[in-house]
Design a protein around this ligand. Structure first.
Ligand SMILES: Cc1cc2nc3c(=O)[nH]c(=O)nc-3n(C[C@H](O)[C@H](O)[C@H](O)COP(=O)(O)OP(=O)(O)OC[C@H]3O[C@@H](n4cnc5c(N)ncnc54)[C@H](O)[C@@H]3O)c2cc1C
Length: 380
């Protein structure tokens, strides 16, 4: 029996494992292909809903599930931290035990690091705890300076800080704190969502301006103290409440494997997602995908899902001794929350930097809410 190792039960790993299971004919009591999913966390968090948690619009129980609930329909979850990956021999080690496979799909996402000691002063809203703690502080807030800080590049979900800013503005206005509150967004980026092209970037900037959110591009953090952010361009600003994105880096286990490439991430073929090792694929945030016209693909769940489906399809073909015939196309859409119960559909051809951002609408907000519900219904 063939064995497939799926590394990580996050967005990409879950889609890959479910698709593999479906395509290989596995059922509840019939296992034709062994699909082993490796995951270190007990709980799976649906990250696109974290900005809602920051403003009290989502609760922990709505956006989390136990990872062992994935253990059904022909796949098996191996719990524990992957200690070693050997792509040459298609094997991984967990709790000292080695698992060997015929194919391997790496979807371990990014590791987060706090290089500026930001946790001492603010809230990392790229974690559930950080988003919850921010909300606890926001509830007590009675006016002042709120800062949203992008602490380093690249970061996943390039729209998330902008969503957070607009949702916070909505909260502040509804709680009648607008008069004595300033919301500012500081980032090293030259423009928001640069990958999308100038038009979408401009749309987003105009939206921020309309809402009175101050935007500070080209601001790279130098240091932070109890109430001041100091930037490399010499400017400094005070804050009372801080939400930040952490530094994103390769998980240590990838760093010490032979999988890390010259890009600093895992280099893959941009169509098949295969690494330089035969039958070893990498998908999602851990990869560095350069589109045909040279643009670097943003780290978003939409692409982790699409890549997982392509890779699962092609592995199933290989197992049936057929030619793999699907390729990944960097096209897709996602929703940017804009407050007032509305969200903007944003999408298009990412390879051509032809990404459009629509006017925020209620149906966009509903679609984002539905995506979350359907994700849990389908996968857990
Ligand atoms: C605040 C926020 C908002 C977002 N909003 C959106 C959005 O609206 N739309 C969108 O498309 N994307 C969004 N994203 C991005 C999206 O969540 C990621 O792009 C997506 O989850 C990437 O999938 P992945 O499989 O590559 O990594 P992940 O989903 O991060 O999965 C990696 C998994 O690997 C596990 N793992 C790591 N190391 C090990 C190890 N050594 N051993 C065992 N297990 C390990 C981790 O625990 C994790 O479960 C958002 C992200 C954040 C933080």
């Amino acid at each position: 029996m063939k064995t497939i190792l799926v590394l990580g039960a996050g967005t990409g790993g879950i889609v890959t494992a479910r698709e593999l299971s479906k395509r290989s004919g596995n059922e509840e009591d019939i296992t034709l292909v062994k699909i082993l999913v490796f995951e270190k966390e007990e709980t799976s968090v649906y990250s696109p809903s974290l900005p809602w948690v920051m403003v009290g619009k989502s609760k922990q129980e709505e956006i989390t599930e136990r990872t062992d609930k994935l253990d059904a329909s022909g796949l098996e979850v191996i719990k524990g931290e992957i200690e070693n990956i050997d792509p040459q021999n298609i094997s991984v080690t967990v709790k000292g035990k080695q698992y060997q496979g015929d194919h391997m799909v790496v979807s371990l996402g990014v590791a987060q690091a706090d290089i500026y000691n930001l946790a001492q002063f603010g809230h990392n809203f790229f974690t559930l705890n950080g988003a919850q703690d921010f909300h606890s502080e926001l509830k007590k807030f009675d006016g002042g300076e709120i800062a949203i800080l992008v602490s380093s590049l690249p970061f996943k979900s390039p729209a998330a800080p902008y969503e957070a800013a607009m949702l916070i503005e909505d909260f502040v206005r509804k709680n009648k704190l607008s008069k004595n509150t300033t919301i500012s967004l500081y980032t090293p980026e030259a423009d928001p969502m640069e990958f999308a092209g100038a038009e979408a970037s401009q749309e987003l900037k105009e939206l921020l301006e309309k809402k009175g959110i101050k935007y500070y591009p080209n601001h790279e953090l130098k240091t932070i103290s109890g109430n001041t952010l100091e930037f490399n361009n010499g400017e400094s600003y005070s804050y009372d409440l801080l939400a930040y994105t952490p530094k994103h880096q390769l998980p240590a286990v990838i760093e010490k494997s032979n999988l890390s490439g010259t890009s600093g991430w895992v280099d893959v073929d941009n169509k098949t997602l295969e690494t330089s090792f035969k039958n070893v694929y990498a998908i999602g945030d851990i990869t560095h995908v350069i589109t045909q016209n040279g643009a670097v693909l943003p780290k978003i769940g939409v692409f982790a899902r699409q890549q997982g489906a392509v890779v699962a399809h092609n592995i199933a073909k290989k197992m049936a001794n057929q030619e793999p015939d699907q390729t990944f196309m960097p096209e897709g859409k996602y929703f940017i929350e804009a407050g007032e119960g509305k969200a903007s559909e944003t999408g298009g051809k990412f390879s051509e930097q032809n990404v459009k951002m629509k006017t925020p609408a209620q149906w966009g907000h509903f679609s984002k809410w539905w995506d979350e519900k359907f994700w849990f219904f389908k996968n857990f």
